[in-house]
Design a protein around this ligand. Structure first.
Ligand code: PLP
Length: 412
């Protein structure tokens, strides 16, 4: 086989479909978020405004987080030095797990190297080890959950997105004696809609299923202490496992689960994705502790995030841009075509110094291609006005349809 030509053909297919991913070469500027420096292919350096960061609250540059990380490096050095079992557990990991258990009102927590790994490792272990397990998975679940479920080898049923009646129907058809897992997310990050956690727990409890909730796009941002949508909805106690990330609102990197002591001990003891990998750097754990502690006690960032997101939806909507309905802080603007989506993103970056990554298939279904904006507490009214002007120019330049926003009664 000609391996090189096989690889090249596959990549060329992506380019033809407009789905080839080009990474923006950026340097984030601490203290100046959402500003970044872009290293262009032509050798020039360009100042850009980042509009698609998942550092939702700007905690990645919070002074308390930076100070904690610097101090931890000075105390412990750079790496963890091993897997958690073989010399890699550092006191910062232990403190972080206590902090996370407390955040979610659970007895224990377990930290992984990323949110992706936490989903993949936990779901594959639960599905593989619970005897004759059957898993019920929301149709829009993240790839990390899908891969974990697939890897478990367990029987899987997909329920229509956020459709509790369909979940109930599927659970009702399963053998009542078999162990069951219902896996879903709270905030779905591409559409910005939110799961009916209470109703899903009702159904799961009725059928004796355990519940697994991914709160990756909610932790830090919802709930009185940043415990996520389940905290906001007073549902944390009803969920068997709550999973989250340290890489988005908490501004660092890593993932975790929080659950009962027995559940955590089980995953800790049997999940290869936890056992056979080096522990996260102690400085990262220290930064995460500082970030979580700060957001437990401070609601200012959350209030400002939601105010900014609401304003952005309004500003873009008033400019006639096709803002998609979203119940959360996510602001998606529909393009509906992979090539146009890429062109719009390129033009915004090259001509307007605005960085927003195109979201194409398979992240969203074909025909649902979009630009996905995240307004953080650090995006000002001026940033928003500049974005609306740049988007309008781009939409016109590419011949994309704008929505008429003028009310007939207001006609001159
Ligand atoms: N779960 C969901 C719903 C996600 O969107 C993501 C990443 O974007 C992850 C899990 C993985 O989290 P991490 O980036 O920490 O690996």
């Amino acid at each position: 086989m000609n391996y090189e030509s096989f690889f090249q053909t596959k990549v060329d297919d992506l380019k033809r479909e407009g789905r080839y991913r080009v990474f923006a070469d950026l340097e984030r500027c601490a203290g100046q978020f959402p500003r970044a420096r872009r290293f262009r292919a032509d050798g020039r350096i360009q100042d850009v405004t980042v509009w698609c960061s998942n550092d939702y609250l700007g905690m990645g540059q919070h002074p308390a987080v930076l100070a904690a990380m610097t101090e931890a490096i000075e105390r412990c050095g750079a790496g963890a030095g091993g897997t958690r079992n073989i010399s890699g557990t550092n006191h910062y990991h232990v403190v972080l797990e206590r902090e996370l258990a407390d955040l979610h009102g659970k007895a224990a927590a377990l930290v992984f190297t990323s949110g992706y790994v936490s989903n993949q490792a936990t779901l594959s272990t639960l599905g593989r080890m619970l005897p004759n397990c059957v898993i019920f998975s929301d149709a829009l679940n993240h790839n990390s959950m899908i891969e974990g479920i697939r890897h478990s080898g367990a029987e899987k049923h997909i329920f229509r997105h956020n459709d509790v009646a369909h979940l109930d129907e599927l659970l009702g058809r399963a053998d009542p004696t078999r162990p069951k897992i219902v896996a879903f997310e709270s905030v779905y990050s591409m559409d910005g809609d939110i799961a009916p956690i209470g109703a899903i727990c009702d159904v799961a409890e009725r059928h004796g299923a355990l519940t697994y909730l991914d709160e990756v796009h909610a932790v830090g941002m919802y709930g009185p202490r940043g415990g996520g949508i389940a905290e906001r909805d007073r549902m944390m106690h009803r969920l068997t496992v709550i999973e989250g990330t340290l890489a988005k609102a908490f501004g660092v990197v890593g993932g975790y689960i929080a659950a009962s002591a027995a559940t955590i001990d089980f995953v800790r003891s049997f999940a290869p994705g936890f056992i056979f990998t080096s522990a996260m750097a102690p400085s990262v754990a220290a930064g995460a502790v500082a970030s979580i502690r700060h957001l437990k006690g401070s609601g200012i960032e959350r209030v400002r995030l939601h105010e900014r997101a609401q304003r952005l939806k309004r500003v873009l909507g008033e400019a006639g841009l096709p803002v998609m309905a979203s119940e959360s802080h996510i602001v998606p603007v529909k393009v509906g075509d992979a090539h146009f989506c890429k062109h719009a993103s390129d033009r915004l970056l090259d001509e307007h110094a605005i960085y927003v990554q195109p979201i194409n298939y398979p992240t969203v279904p074909r025909g649902e291609e979009r630009l996905r904006f995240t307004a953080t507490p650090f995006h000002s009214d001026e940033h928003m006005a500049a974005l609306a002007a740049a988007m309008t120019e781009t939409w016109k330049a590419l011949g994309l349809p704008l929505i008429s926003t003028r009310h007939p009664a207001a006609a001159e």
